[in-house]
Design a protein around this ligand. Structure first.
Ligand SMILES: Nc1ncnc2c1ncn2[C@@H]1O[C@H](COP(=O)(O)OP(=O)(O)OP(=O)(O)O)[C@@H](O)[C@H]1O
Ligand SMILES: [Mg+2]
Length: 252
């Protein structure tokens, strides 16, 4: 089975404009939702064992499915009655506000850059129609995303939120293209690397792993997106989310 492709990844603007498809919410009985539950179970094991709270969903390049996977994983986790927060940590290409149809007037960028001595964070957090799922949007796109994500204030914000939630998912920026990715990965307890079958480039994935290792990110595994068991068809809407593999498993 072929997992990697060498041509250029096309930059997709749809999720920034319209949000991503929440199949776990709209079709919870589907095979895809079932795959998300499998991923959740695998993650839950390492999270509970090590008392982890923050998962960063990363990928090497843009448009590989980070926002899709993180939003659906958040829904899946919340459906189990675990207080979950989805944070849009992709300050350059945010999508969470579009996916959940809320305003992005306030979010991380305002919280971090606010000159007020204290910010009411609960006012910045949006509720969803699932009582167990809250979201924190990116806020207006700042001129200096890396600086904000590296700031002491962002670290303190995460520490504060860790006390309030069972599980926090960071929808992260791509690792290979901007330093923001490494910064976000270093702030998480664990990293799940999204690799879209036949879209991902092997050299880019290996580079992502190198960059993540450089900041001592804790790579828990790989989520194969658009995974199909056969060689034909299904690599787009027919595809489903594949298993949760150890990153050392060589697939080609
Ligand atoms: N398994 C899938 N099947 C079909 N479409 C998918 C799948 N995963 C992602 N997509 C689509 O691919 C596009 C990119 O996905 P997404 O926005 O989740 O990627 P991303 O890695 O978050 O991108 P960015 O780097 O811009 O943040 C979107 O239009 C999304 O709807
Ligand atoms: Mg995204």
């Amino acid at each position: 089975m072929r997992f990697f492709k060498r041509n250029k990844t096309k930059l997709d603007e749809d999720s920034m404009k319209y949000g991503v498809a929440l199949i776990t919410k709209n079709d919870p009985k589907s095979a895809i939702s079932e795959q998300y539950r499998t991923i959740r179970t695998n993650l839950k094991f390492s999270f509970m064992k090590d008392n982890f709270k923050i998962l960063a969903v990363m990928s090497a390049l843009p448009s590989e499915g980070k926002s899709t996977v993180s939003a659906n994983l958040a829904v899946s986790w919340a459906e189990q009655g675990r207080k979950t927060l989805l944070i849009d940590a992709d300050l350059r290409r945010p999508t969470v506000h579009q996916t959940f149809k809320v305003s992005n007037k306030y979010g991380i960028s305002n919280i971090i850059t606010s000159s007020a001595s204290s910010v009411n964070i609960s006012e910045m957090i949006d509720k969803t129609d699932n009582d167990y799922l809250d979201i924190l949007t990116s806020g207006p796109i700042p001129p200096n995303p890396a600086e904000l994500l590296e700031s002491e204030r962002f670290a303190r914000l995460l520490e504060f939120l860790k006390e309030k939630y069972d599980f926090i998912i960071l929808d992260a920026p791509p690792v290979d293209t901007v330093t923001d990715g490494q910064i976000v990965a270093a702030k998480a307890d664990g990293v799940a690397l999204v690799v879209p079958q036949r879209i991902a480039r092997k050299d880019a994935v290996l580079q992502a792993v190198r960059l993540l290792n450089k900041v001592d990110a804790n790579i828990l595994g790989v989520i194969m997106n658009r995974f199909t068991t056969g060689e034909t068809g299904g690599d787009y809407y027919g595809g489903y989310y594949g298993g949760y593999y150890g990153v050392n498993e060589e697939k080609e």
